[in-house]
Design a protein around this ligand. Structure first.
Ligand SMILES: [Zn+2]
Ligand SMILES: [Zn+2]
Length: 94
């Protein structure tokens, strides 16, 4: 299927980051696109997660690490916003 226009969007066809197959979906931990052959299914609760081979090596910590990164990301945004507000206040006061 070469020569076709590829859609660049969240539902566009993605290539597996480990081989050249079409990705079946993103890794639940690092969000790298992986195909069915290059991912491992983890059943750690009500939902089945697909994680890539890299994250499979650190299985167990991977999902909590993803949530920790998300929390760190949110805190980072808040810190940057607070710093920006502080700088603006300082500039307007001087
Ligand atoms: Zn693959
Ligand atoms: Zn991964």
């Amino acid at each position: 299927m070469t020569g076709q226009l590829q859609r660049v969007g969240d539902d566009g066809p993605l290539r597996c980051s480990f081989c050249s197959n079409e990705a079946a979906g993103p890794c639940a931990s690092c969000e790298a696109p992986v195909c069915g052959d290059c991912c491992t299914l983890t059943e750690g609760g009500a939902k089945t997660w697909a994680i890539c081979l890299d994250c499979d090596r650190k299985k167990g910590r991977s999902l909590s690490h993803a949530w920790g990164s998300f929390g760190t990301f949110l805190i980072g945004i808040l810190v940057v916003l607070a710093a920006a507000v502080g700088i603006m206040a300082w500039l307007s006061a001087h």
